[in-house]
Design a protein around this ligand. Structure first.
Ligand SMILES: Nc1ncnc2c1ncn2[C@@H]1O[C@H](COP(=O)(O)OP(=O)(O)OP(=O)(O)O)[C@@H](O)[C@H]1O
Length: 337
């Protein structure tokens, strides 16, 4: 394999439609608004106060009066501040069971990830009983994180501009769940895509990672293995540096890192060995790492995943090719399956 090689493959996501049946309105006592109206829709905002090194919490406090002014006329605003990692998953599940109309993640990609995972439980979409068939809870986003990479795919380039995000929510730009499947199998686990999330003006897919234990996790941005996954872990130590935390995290991850031969099977094909793999990135959307366009042709609503395999990267290749990662020009070979 060529030195510092990046290979891209497309994975099909055959479609199968599902809609979460939803029920009941949110309990009035749960709503943060003083003047709750049952005739209005119920929107739950899940805020990670620790996002962007604490900036999310501060921004949210400033934003709330404006949000009430802009949205309070046509929805009940329910505010939940997370108290710990994973709390967003539980709040989302509970809100959907209560039958809310929309769950809106306020924070970065980690918060969005928790909210997405809250739409599912034990491999099934979370549902509520008292809403009729065809009803779906919608997903919304106010990107206020460090990287906020998922939002970049949608060219929300005045990134982390919560006022613009509120206008999008007012226009109805959020997403609804349905389902499709494709498979990428590794030795210990496999990833497939299902549940395109359909919005009033946007349809999105959701990927599923199934561990060999059967445990499932959902993703809508980029799932990654090996070095880049470690980089994300270490980046959390450097959040004070903004987007650069991901570069520092990657450099830290190279310490003790070993490129490995990995067996991969795509869309039911044969097992294929990829040598000296530095990272495998499975993109439903294009960006990770604070603006690195890692899976540059991924489209979150086309029913496919883009798989990019980085091979034989050393830390200095990463530094020298960093500009290519940001511009999305790092691919040397494309593989279509
Ligand atoms: N109350 C909390 N205390 C500590 N951690 C929390 C809390 N609520 C959520 N978290 C965790 O904080 C992590 C990071 O949050 P988030 O992704 O919103 O911000 P970010 O990392 O700054 O943004 P990005 O991921 O877009 O770079 C999430 O993975 C989440 O699990």
């Amino acid at each position: 394999m060529a030195f510092g090689f990046a290979t891209a493959a497309a994975m099909l996501k055959p479609c199968l439609s599902i809609r979460a049946n939803q029920s009941t309105s949110l309990d009035v006592s749960d709503l943060a608004d003083d003047h709750v109206s049952r005739s209005k829709r119920n929107f739950v905002f899940i805020i990670n106060p620790k996002g962007a090194n604490g900036r999310t919490g501060k921004e949210w406090k400033k934003l709330l009066p404006h949000l009430r002014t802009r949205l309070g006329g046509h929805c009940n605003i329910c505010e939940y501040i997370t108290s710990a990692p994973s709390h967003g998953v539980d709040i989302t599940r509970e809100a959907i069971r209560e039958g809310v109309d929309a769950v809106i993640a306020v924070g970065g990609d980690g918060t969005l990830h928790e909210v997405i995972n809250g739409f599912f439980c034990a491999g099934q979409p979370v549902t509520a009983l008292e809403r009729g068939p065809g009803y779906s809870t919608t997903l919304g986003l106010i990107p206020l994180g460090t990287g906020s990479d998922f939002a970049r795919t949608f060219h929300w380039y005045v990134l982390n501009d919560p006022h613009e995000a509120i206008e999008r929510i007012k226009r109805g730009a959020h997403f609804i769940m349905s389902k499709c499947i494709a498979c990428l199998k590794f030795l210990l686990f496999y990833i497939y895509v299902m549940f395109p999330v359909q919005g009033l003006n946007q349809k999105l897919d959701v990927g599923i990672i199934t561990a060999h234990t059967g445990e499932q996790h959902y993703f809508i941005n980029v799932a990654d293995i090996h070095l880049s996954a470690k980089a994300g872990y270490y980046a959390s130590r450097y959040k004070g540096f903004g987007n650069l935390c991901y570069v520092f995290g990657a450099l830290r991850a190279f310490i003790g890192h070993e490129n490995r031969n990995l067996k991969v099977k795509i869309n039911g094909g044969d097992w294929e060995v990829f040598h000296k793999v530095t990272a495998i990135c499975i993109g439903n959307a294009k960006y990770f790492g604070g603006g690195m366009k890692i899976t540059p042709t991924a489209d979150p609503s086309n029913g496919k995943l883009e798989v990019v395999i980085l091979q034989d990267f050393k830390w200095y290749d990463f530094v020298l090719k960093l500009h290519k990662l940001y511009s999305g020009s790092h691919l040397q070979r494309k593989m279509y399956v």
